[in-house]
Every structure is written in C-alpha cells, then in structure tokens.
Design a binder for this molecule. Structure first.
Ligand code: AMP
Length: 115
C-alpha cells in the first residue's frame, strides 16, 4: 500500500467507493465521474503505479484484471452488447491516478475509436 495513493485507500476501505467486486488480487469499483452508463475501474490490490512499473511476475495478475473485467461485464449485462477496456499510461495517455487500473466502459455505443 502507498500512503498517498487514493486507490490504495479505496481498496483498504479508508475512502468510500461503490465496490462491485473484490478478491485477493483485485478490487473493482464504479468511477466517480462516469464517462458511460457503466464505468468501472478494476485495480490490483497491490500498489503498481503504471504499466511502466509492471514486471514479469505481474503477468498472471494482469491477466486476472481482464478475466475479472469479463465477469463484471456479464454482471452488468453488457457482455453481449459490448464494452471497451482502456488502460491510460503517462501524461500523453491521460493517466491521472498513478495506481494501475483497467477502465470498463459500456452501456452505450462508444463514439470514438481512438485518440
Ligand atoms: P485515469 O485518467 O486513467 O488515471 O483515470 C482515473 C479515473 O479515476 C478517472 O476516470 C476518475 O474519474 C477516477 N477516480 C478518481 N478518483 C476516484 C474516486 N475517489 N472514486 C472513483 N473513481 C475515481
């Protein structure tokens, strides 16, 4: 846990969130400023600042983020209609919170392909 990380505090329950899933490896909660009807962040429970900080032993954890995303998409009823998964990295990628997170967006037709 990083003491000055907002997502670490959410995972620890020190800051409130609308949690939709948690297991030993990851936590998922609704984005506070949703960009789509369904907008959920899936985050590793251990503090990893960004994609640049991943190491080979994190590969199973990163795969787990995706299988949890698929599970939550089903729970949210958007698995068939479709959804978008996004990871932003660094200033040009638009990363605002430096705790790795996978955005799960759905419930509407996404307008932009990229950029
Ligand atoms: P990113 O730009 O990829 O770093 O995304 C960070 C996301 O975290 C944004 O979509 C924010 O709306 C979201 N966010 C920031 N603070 C909170 C919070 N306390 N609870 C839920 N989502 C948050």
């Amino acid at each position: 846990m990083s003491n000055d990380c907002i997502f670490c505090k959410i995972i620890a329950g020190e800051i409130p969130s609308t949690q939709v899933y948690q297991d030993e490896q990851v936590t998922a909660f609704r984005d506070i400023n949703p960009a789509a009807p369904t907008h959920i962040l899936i985050v590793p429970n251990k503090h990893i600042a960004s994609v640049n900080d991943l190491v080979p032993k994190d590969e199973i954890l990163v795969g787990h983020l995706f299988t949890v995303a698929r599970k939550i998409a089903t729970q949210e009823g958007i698995a068939t209609s479709g959804y978008r998964l996004i990871i932003n990295h660094g200033p040009d990628g638009g990363q605002e919170v430096y705790h790795l997170h996978l955005h799960l967006l759905g419930g509407q037709k996404m307008r932009h392909k990229m950029g």
